[in-house]
Write a protein that binds this ligand. Sequence first.
Ligand code: SF4
Ligand code: MSK
Length: 655
Amino acid sequence: MADAETKSIDKASIRMIEKAASDGVNTVFDRAEATKPCPIGMVGSCCKNCGMGPCRVPLPKGKTETPEEKQKRRGLCGATAETIAARNFIRMVAGGAAAHSDHGRRVAELFLAVAKREAPGYEIKDEQKLLQLALDWGIEIGDRSNNEIAIDIGEMALAEFGKQEGEVLFLRRAPLKRQELWRQQGVAPRGIDREIVEIMHRTHMGVDQDYQNLLRQGVRASLADGWGGSMIATELQDILFGTPAPVLGRINLGVLKQDEVNLIIHGHEPLLSEMIVVVAQEPQMLELAKSKGANGINLAGICCTANEILMRHGIPLAGNMLQQELALVTGAVDAMVVDVQCIMQSLPDIAQCYHTKIITTSPKAKIPGAIHMEFDEHNAIESARTIVRTAIENFPNRGNSIDIPDEQSDLVAGFSHETINYLLGGIFRASYRPLNDNIINGRIRGVAGVVGCNNPRVKHDDAHLTMVKELIKNDVLVLQTGCSAMACAKAGLMTPEAAAKYAGEGLASVCEAVGIPPVLHLGSCVDNSRILMAVTAMVKDGGLGDDISDLPAAGAAPEWMSEKAISIGQYFVGSGVFTVFGVNWPTLGSDEVTKLLFQDFEAMYGGMWAFEPDPIKAAHLMIEHIDKKRKALGIDKARERVLYDMTMRRELEAV
Ligand code: SF4
Ligand code: MSK
């Protein structure tokens, strides 16, 4: 086992990596040492789409290729390196868009069941958002009941997935100019499922063999994710479970408790976790816990389920993706309940070394060695009770090898698009106007969405933190989701005090006046749709151009690993945002494909990709882009550096 300090910057994780080694437990950090990435597959130069292959078409090393040699560098079917790289890339988009959208579909199904009163235990929590969505979708309100309106919304939402013609409904929310651009480029998605299926068809052996045409379909399917499946998930979850508002939370393995039943909820869909939150507070459950010698029931989250229950209930976060195994290594987790996405198959094996019960709940995601307790949303409370009871009954089985790290940090989360609107503008004039004004006057240089996963190919959390610190130091307001948000929260960037400590003078002055951290937590991976809504609101409030691509804004996923991250990045780019990824880049095997994504896309979509593994350099690429946009808007004049006294701060508040 190599030095644990080279694996993570997080002290709690380092300590658990060391404990895993002394307990003889193999984790992802060991596997990353033992299994090196295939250099040909990593750059998109390997095709296994048919039985004539796999065909590898790597760029020749250390010499320039003649056109004749390039002509010959093909798969058996004749596919060129360009076709292969583009096919591989858009299959990643399809995988990511499918994951987010199937999550959205599940939420829509539950939503409809709740509307029809077929899912006891759930209710419509945000009536205002329900009515707003009804207005957006042209659904009659009149004197109809919430449930009647919700039935129409649920049916329309579900129909979005299988729609064969027309356009995904939420596209209408985008700035008009953006909608026109999508239509001109032929990338306005029809139905969500249709675009994903079409990728699988086009990338089958012998179908679409024009890399430009393939990548166009990649953009279309990604937009069906961001402005379709993910947005449906976020909107309907908010209506059902409540739209997040600022909430204080805690994060890191130190949130686990020695004397309480520790139940970790891991995965992505909040359908089950919402019920577990309710059940864990029931008197009979607390009694049962007491009877087993525990002082209470402690819920904590991992990955995006964690973000969902943090945003709405302030439930603590145990950690991000690379901490899922380490949580078990504490020896103090009595049960870990999982649903879908980002769940490691190694969990049941590691759990065997301790006493933890791993419980799978989705028919779509079973793991050998785990206990499967299928979650039935029509009987959600009972499903949740069975799970909570299992955790409680396992409490007395804890072994001696318990070590809970001390580390835990405070954070403020809950920055939905609506909350940002309210915080900035106040209750009577909720708007993004103050943000736009502060961008125009230069106190805030621009806005960056920094999102995405952890990846054991790079030091855990390091790139997230380094990039975000550099951005806020340069007066860029950062919006975050997913595991990236958790990395920065652990380091204390999500408290209002972080503004004075880490942010540039201009950004700090605005954060202090409004009372927000310089880094805002917007939620889970599907909640990247909140970032789309935030940038759209900035355009609509005026003064910063008439399209998302005019904004001084950029995106990044410095430690990405999942196909979902590729789909998110692609819909950011397709929506007009310059987006930088770290770690590695999956089309480097084709110069043409990479050039199209990194350069030509700018003329086509106003947004383009970049790859830069060094987080400081990546942050400066984003800042350069932000400055380029400021210049184009004519707001690039150097601002005066002034210290703010109380009168000036009051003025700022009154903007
Ligand atoms: Fe090889 Fe073509 Fe088959 Fe891919 S589709 S494995 S390139 S023959
Ligand atoms: S959980 S997709 S590792 S952000 Fe959404 Fe984290 Fe990436 Fe999974």
